[in-house]
Design a protein around this ligand. Structure first.
Ligand code: NAD
Length: 319
């Protein structure tokens, strides 16, 4: 039986990844500074450890020789509202986790290491620009500090991989959404925030949305993302690899989709707020070599996500 360590397993994507690894027959240890919020982890063992500290990274991997694969998804992370207000925390906390985890993994003999990067490593784009490939992250011009930290962590993982003969696999995720993702509290991303606002608003009411609705994004349903991680990890693809739904939509289209699924009539008022980049368009040619395809259109994914967020809103009596 293969053994995997999943870090950040109390968080959204890693929680789903643990389930997938269990389905694939793995023994899994999850590590995080918190337990998953909405349902128990499927991990065989779950340790609460702050991975900013080298000793805790060693403990996560102990005893040496225990793990065939490490999936590093721990990060101080959130949507644009968080990214634009917590530069220092993101750069310090996530960098410490990444520095200490890759060092512990390399020196304790891990041979297969996954790192969750982001398309935030790329510069902003204009609507209609041709697809960007992975190598076009350079010359580097990320739009925010979160992207710079990811770029640094990618390079560090690759440097350790070379020195210690580790197989490094790096995914650059586009926006990911789905049930059991953060939906309130300030760290939620656009799809969850819009689902929450619509769920909290009575039929005929108005929601406020940051920006003017014209920003272009791709939203990847969590099951597709986890499938991409799985395929990438078990491929021979070296270097960073984009993973994202090829269906690009405007924020306005995202909002319309959520409203459609809710069955309500809702008006939208666009207000100033931290929107982030104007446009995205990334090549998936590399991940497609693994046979990966996004199976969930935005409408399908929102159909599965909106009812879950509506239920959370109802449970916390915020309706
Ligand atoms: P998340 O915030 O739900 O999960 C991250 C987890 O890391 C959290 O549970 C958090 O408690 C944990 N963590 C933070 N600091 C820690 C520490 N010091 N020690 C141990 N654990 C710590 O985020 P997510 O959406 O599941 O993202 C997972 C990974 O994917 C992250 O690296 C993120 O940057 C990347 N990513 C996510 C998206 C997205 O749209 N969700 C997009 C691009 C990249």
């Amino acid at each position: 039986m293969k053994k995997a360590l999943v870090t950040g397993a109390g968080g959204f994507i890693a929680h789903h990844l643990v389930r997938r690894l269990k389905k694939e027959g793995y023994w899994v240890r999850g590590v995080d500074i918190k337990y998953p919020e909405y349902s128990p982890s499927a991990a065989d063992e779950f340790k609460i450890l702050d991975l900013r500290h080298p000793k805790n990274c060693e403990e996560a991997l102990s005893p040496p020789g225990s793990f065939d694969e490490v999936y590093q998804l721990a990060a101080d992370m959130g949507g644009m509202g968080f990214i634009h207000s917590a530069d220092c925390e993101i750069m310090r906390n996530s960098a410490l986790v990444n520095i200490n985890m890759i060092f512990a993994a390399a020196t304790l003999g891990i041979k297969h290491y996954f790192f969750s990067s982001s398309v935030c490593v790329y510069r902003d784009m204009k609507p209609g620009e041709p697809e960007m490939k992975e190598e076009e992250a350079y010359p580097a011009q990320p739009d925010n500090e979160y992207g710079w930290e990811k770029l640094y962590a990618e390079r560090m993982a690759l440097a350790y991989g070379k020195r210690y003969d580790m197989k490094i696999r790096i995914a650059r995720f586009q926006n990911c959404y789905g049930p059991e993702g953060t939906w309130d509290g300030g760290r939620e991303k656009a799809p969850a925030a819009i689902c929450r606002k619509v769920a909290q608003t009575a039929d005929g009411g108005t929601i406020e949305v940051w920006g003017d609705g014209s920003a272009v994004r791709s939203y990847t349903y969590v099951e597709d993302m986890v499938d991409g991680v799985w395929r990438l990890m078990h491929s021979e693809l070296e270097g960073p690899t984009n993973i994202g739904n090829p269906e690009y939509v405007t924020v306005q289209e995202l909002v319309d989709t959520v409203i459609q699924i809710s069955g309500k009539k809702i008006r939208v008022k666009y207000i100033p707020g931290p929107v982030g980049v104007q446009s995205r368009n990334f090549s998936n040619d590399k991940i497609y070599k693994t046979g990966w395809r996004a199976r969930f259109k935005l409408l399908d994914g929102i159909r599965l996500t909106y009812p879950w967020i509506e239920e959370q809103v109802r449970k916390t009596a915020k309706i």
